[in-house]
Ligand binder design. Structure first.
Ligand code: HPA
Ligand code: ZN
Length: 349
């Protein structure tokens, strides 16, 4: 048996990189770096309201979720062809592998693209091919989760799900994202029931800015298997107990919460409280091109701000693997590899 406490703090960065991790809360459109945004704008003849990369980066000064989403949807307008979606996802997947990600479940927002006249086929062809290449060329297990935009109607979501069915084999689940306040989970009860009937996994953003009632709604009305964010849960002690008892996975994105002013400082983040309460939390990067860091950067900054150690690292990585929708034999293999990394690093003391 390995001794987690035997790993000295100065070796934490190496440990965080080497541990096998699952990225479960990553919007692929949120990995669109300014440089690629400008390159694709030029390739597709799309006009951007920014003079250059510096001017665009300077606009990444958000005060809440909506102020980010306005810019994020505008940025996504440069994505037009299957090749664009491929290039975007491939750049992300290569980077994820270098950070020790062994499993990536990528969110994508088809409505953002089909509303602009981009064919559903272009989205699935590009993203699907990148995921397939990740499996064969990078040894990285990658899958897609189709998200519905909650500021749009349930009818739109239902039509989107039907339009995606020719590519049913290309995605493993559905999610719910975009503007949370004023759009409770119950608005999407029917489309989530339809998705479940199709054998799809279901997850939902809840409790990012919205109240604990939205987390209850995601669990009760949508039967969400994971909650994305969930950081407002601590306002409701009964909910905290339920999340702990049922070990409901919560995919937490600290740099996103900081950038969108959910917390004023990383040191104020509820992650420490969630860990103390025994919740199944894991760390993720949400929209890394906009929020100042990919998965490892989320780990580094959060560990520094909350004074976390190797034991927390083990729990967070193990939770991410456990919460993934990967086949059980894969999960067991990664858990074994995770334990091996800790054992190797403990022995070197
Ligand atoms: N919250 C809700 N919707 C989103 C987000 C987010 O952080 N990122 C992309 N779509
Ligand atoms: Zn998100």
């Amino acid at each position: 048996m390995f001794k987690v406490h035997a790993i000295p703090p100065q070796r934490l960065p190496e440990l965080l990189r080497r541990m096998p991790k699952a990225e479960l809360h990553l919007h692929i459109e949120g990995t669109l770096e300014p440089e690629m945004m400008f390159a694709l704008a030029q390739r597709n003849g799309v006009a951007l309201p920014y003079a250059n990369v510096q001017a665009l980066r300077a606009a990444y000064d958000f005060h809440n979720l909506q102020s980010f989403l306005d810019l994020y949807y505008a940025g996504a307008s440069v994505l037009c062809t299957a090749q664009d979606f491929y290039d975007l996802a491939w750049a992300y997947l290569e980077r994820a592998q270098a950070e020790g990600v062994v499993r990536a479940e990528l969110f994508f927002d088809p409505q953002t693209h089909t509303a602009r006249g981009v064919p559903m086929a272009a989205v699935f062809d590009g993203l699907g091919r990148a995921c397939a290449d990740a499996r064969t060329r990078l040894g990285l297990s990658a899958e897609l989760i189709l998200c519905f935009l909650r500021h749009l109607s349930q009818e739109d979501a239902l039509a989107t799900l039907e339009a995606a069915l020719p590519w049913r084999a290309h995605f493993i689940g559905v999610g719910l994202d975009s503007s949370e306040l004023g759009h409770p989970p119950e608005k999407f009860t029917e489309v989530f029931a339809r998705a479940r009937a199709l054998g799809l996994h279901v997850v939902a953003h809840a409790g990012e800015e919205g109240p604990p009632a939205y987390i209850w709604g995601a669990l009760d009305a949508l039967k969400a298997e994971r909650i994305d964010h969930g950081v407002q849960a601590w306002h409701d002690l009964v909910l905290m107990q339920h999340l702990a008892d049922e070990q409901v996975p919560l995919t937490v994105c600290p740099l996103s919460n900081l950038k969108l002013c959910v917390f004023e400082r990383l040191a104020d983040h509820t992650l420490a409280r969630m860990l103390d309460a025994g919740l199944c939390v894991s760390l993720h990067s949400d929209d890394p091109a906009y929020f100042g860091g990919y998965l490892l950067e989320n780990y580094h900054q959060t560990f520094a701000a909350l004074h976390l150690d190797a034991r927390h690292a083990y729990r967070l990585a193990a939770n991410s693997l456990r919460a993934s929708f990967a086949p059980e034999p894969d999960k067991q293999r990664w858990m074994h590899a995770l334990k091996q990394v800790f054992a190797d690093m403990s022995e070197q003391d």
